[in-house]
Design a protein around this ligand. Sequence first.
Ligand code: ACM
Length: 680
Amino acid sequence: MRILSAIGLTLCLFSSFVAAQTPMNLMPLPASVQHGSGQLAINENFSVAISGYTEPRLERAAARLISTLARQTGTTFTAPAVDATKATLVIHAERSSNEVQTVGEDESYELTVTPQGAKLNAANPLGILRGLQTFLQLVELTPNGYSVASVTIRDQPRFPWRGLMIDVSRHWLPIEVIKRSLDGMEAVKLNTFHWHLSDNQGFRIESKKYPKLQELGSDGKFFTQDQVKEVIDYARDRGIRVIPEFDLPGHSTSFFVGYPELGSAPGPYSIEREYGIFDPAMDPTKESTYKFLDGFIGEMAALFPDAYFHIGGDEVNGKGWDGNAPIQQFLHSHGMKDNADLQAYFNKRLQEIVSKHHKIMVGWDEILSPDLPKSIVIQSWRGQDSLADAARKGFHGLLSFGYYLDLYQSAAFHYSTEPLSGKAATLNDEDKKMILGGEACMWSEMVTPENVDSRIWPRMAAIAERFWSPQNTRDIPSMYARMEAESMRLESVGLQHRAYYRPMLERLVGSSDIAAIKTLADVVQAPPEYRREGLHNEATGHPYTSLESFNHLADASRPESIVAVRFNTWVDDLVAHRATPAEIAQMRELLTQWRDNDAKLRPQLQSSFLLKEAAPLSQNLAMLGTSGLLAMQYLENGSKPGPEWMNEQAALINSAKQPHAESLLVVAPAVERLVRAAGQ
Ligand code: ACM
């Protein structure tokens, strides 16, 4: 018995080892995966059929599966439409989903693949949409063709609200960008598109009732109502809700360009070109403000079918109100003690309007006040603690803190940001349910339609996994490996987060010979958070504006260098004496490439006004290559460098950590570790 069970245990361990080794490029990871044996061939005869409940959306989803698979694999599919008895993949939904997609609607699915065929079952079309994406991710390249390994997947999301916010105000992002973002969102099972449609720098949607909003507040760059409907339909096809945000009462200068009477100062106002927090705010004391908002919100509420409506509410500095005597008089005569009270009054009035138009109000942290009904949702850009406070007070919440895609932070950082951590981890189970999920935010100060995809993707996929997969899904090397695989696949849904790179680099050097600039660009990143703006101020004496050209190295380079991530891992392995000979050879090759790159890049640096500023980065990279190679030599020989060499390297590495061209050489810390290891 004992021997038998020991064998059983060994087999079991072995099979779970095999399972863990099976290449599964799934992201987000499903709740449950059971591997089978054999595989389903995916060839030109591949076909899909729908059994059970059907609707045009499901038929379009099946057609989209075929066209995505065709792009993903380069296969020409030739099979005629077949019935469910003959199709390779059979889709079966029990019933329709809600007419307007709701928060918490069933998105679960079960996908079974055997060598004979695949079956995708779900309660409703939402689960089918999620399962189809899983199926696409399972398709693998093998020596004998494309195939899907036998598997049974039972899956459902951890959080009901999994979103991406895109700011189209700071920089206009046209409908093509929005649509391909929705395609990417579908691919990683996100279900909420939050459309930040107005801010100081632009009012981006057509109002038929108040046309001066877009006529004077947008430089002609806005979405027509027909386009908005097109986006909403496009999103619904992909199982994605669309929530508009109109940021009020601050961040609202673009409203005042056409309607200055709404503002706290007489005006005239113009579209803001700089970034940050500005003084103008809506006048919360005039009844005419609420009459306008009633008309405006009524119009927008009719356009957007979703139950939720975002009113912003963040970063009101109060100066516009301080400087207005009638507003101050109103504040005092109504027994309010400060501008926060005044904003709470405004929010209460606004909530009544939003509610009158049958919507649930969503706002940033600042709107939280006991005067508001418990139905509202707090979106936290400040952190888990403020979400926990809101949950304890009975408010639903969403986490965005830690998911700001504009801040050049690593996928590992975003991935490790957990909605139910900090004070939120201490909530009881009931209160935890108040946290509906999260949204990543793409603020658009520093992006253009050309590079915005590269800021969102592929890191968004890692955040999508945080929102979808079980809480204990935390393995960072696994995340990076799967994110890279998904990144490649995401281009077959139409995203351009990889494709943008080559043309931007070619433009920087004015040549198709990008080998040297790519070696440099591959290991630089703009510094994290808001440091780039500060560096720009120092270098040019003026702040960034939306009118700037975003065609520099820091605009072309990725927000996270995957080369640096990989190099870091190799250094970890080397320092821990577990580097493989292949890793050591790759490290040496890379360090040599860095060492020799400056000589190749120098002529291109000197002949490009866009690149001259990057010359110190290029020199520093060469120096890091030299340092790293010497350190590896010391480690290999087992001899110790003298203190003089160590001091010299420390000074050089320190200077290589300094930013130039609003960029950091992000491999400097790893080379530093290598040098330190050599000295020990
Ligand atoms: C925000 O970042 N002010 C929402």
